[in-house]
Design a protein around this ligand. Structure first.
Ligand code: BG6
Length: 298
């Protein structure tokens, strides 16, 4: 392993699930795991707190397959690709090995890991071969978890894409959880034939499969979890969509890489730009989507 990618006593590159390399970071502020596969944060816990992110005990850890939990990076399309049913769901960024660009510790104790993905022939074949781009994912681990996904267009034509930080949160029991912040916002209901609806003035409560793409919202979401006496705040910048997902019973059973009984312990509140909010990035321009996750007791 490259020793410039270690901070003695703080961060090291080790062999993780399925033999895939991951950073293990432990500081007085927090501990975290970050896989090069998918640039995926797989674990984050501020000091003295239970894990903030959910990870399925049934997850695959295999090249070419997504990891079920933590924060998958979704790019360049969200869900199935329009007009191409054979394309992998949620694009290819989450199933690729990213390059580790740097790791450093700031004066305030926060550790910042930067990972990079550039197109290879397989990605060019799968998407628009004439696009030239680079993704950078900057993950800052402190008492809060901050993630910045940068898309740089290095080509000569505009790039249209969707992207998301598909954050899986660890909750005590989703049936008692409320998500605030999306009141009076419009969404596409994937659990109801993608019908466009409007959230009422109430927080989201979970009583069935929930799969909603909220559009035109930059609001901070708050996951209120009475069972863990915790509020998780999900702040974002340069993101106009928020996806809220829990598979519930039947869909959990249908997923090979997810335990049948795991659905009550997770909820996804995802930061992105999808559907009506898909991005168009001009030549030589960059787009950075940022999300910051922090917790408080309640
Ligand atoms: C969510 C989508 O973001 O991801 C759901 O809204 C989807 O429709 C879920 O089921 C999980 O997707 P995947 O491809 O990881 O099984």
């Amino acid at each position: 392993m490259d020793s410039s990618l270690e901070i003695p006593g703080i961060a090291r590159l080790v062999t993780g699930g399925g033999g895939l390399p991951r950073f293990e970071i432990a500081t007085p502020l927090a501990e975290a795991h970050v896989y090069l596969h998918g640039a995926q944060v797989a674990h984050f816990a501020p000091a003295g707190q239970p894990p903030v992110l959910f990870m399925s005990a049934q997850s695959w850890f295999q090249p070419g397959k997504p990891i079920r939990g933590g924060v998958p990076v979704i790019f360049p399309w969200f869900g199935s690709r329009q007009g191409d049913a054979s394309a992998p769901a949620h694009g290819f960024a989450r199933t690729r090995a990213w390059a580790a660009e740097s790791i450093l510790q700031r004066a305030d104790g926060v550790v910042v890991v930067t990972l990079r993905l550039e197109p290879d022939d397989a990605m060019r074949t799968m998407w628009n071969a004439s696009h030239n781009w680079v993704l950078r994912h900057r993950i800052a681990i402190g008492s809060e978890l901050s993630m910045e996904l940068e898309i740089e267009n290095r080509g000569t034509e505009p790039i249209q894409c969707e992207e998301a930080l598909h954050t899986y949160f660890n909750v005590s029991d989703v049936r008692g959880v409320m998500v605030w912040g999306l009141e009076n916002t419009e969404y596409y209901d994937k659990a109801d034939g993608m019908r466009r609806k409007r959230q009422d003035g109430e927080p989201i409560r979970f009583t069935a499969e929930t799969d909603r793409t909220y559009v035109n919202t930059e609001a901070t979401c708050i996951i209120e979890d009475p069972g863990l006496h915790r509020r998780i705040m999900v702040e974002k910048r340069h993101s106009h969509s928020t996806i809220v997902w829990n598979p519930w019973i039947a869909k959990a059973r249908a997923m090979a890489d997810f335990g049948d009984d795991e659905w009550p312990r997770m909820v996804c509140v995802e930061t992105g730009n999808v559907a009506d909010n898909r991005l168009e990035i001009a030549p030589s321009a960059r787009h950075v989507t940022e999300t910051v996750v922090h917790c408080e007791a309640c």
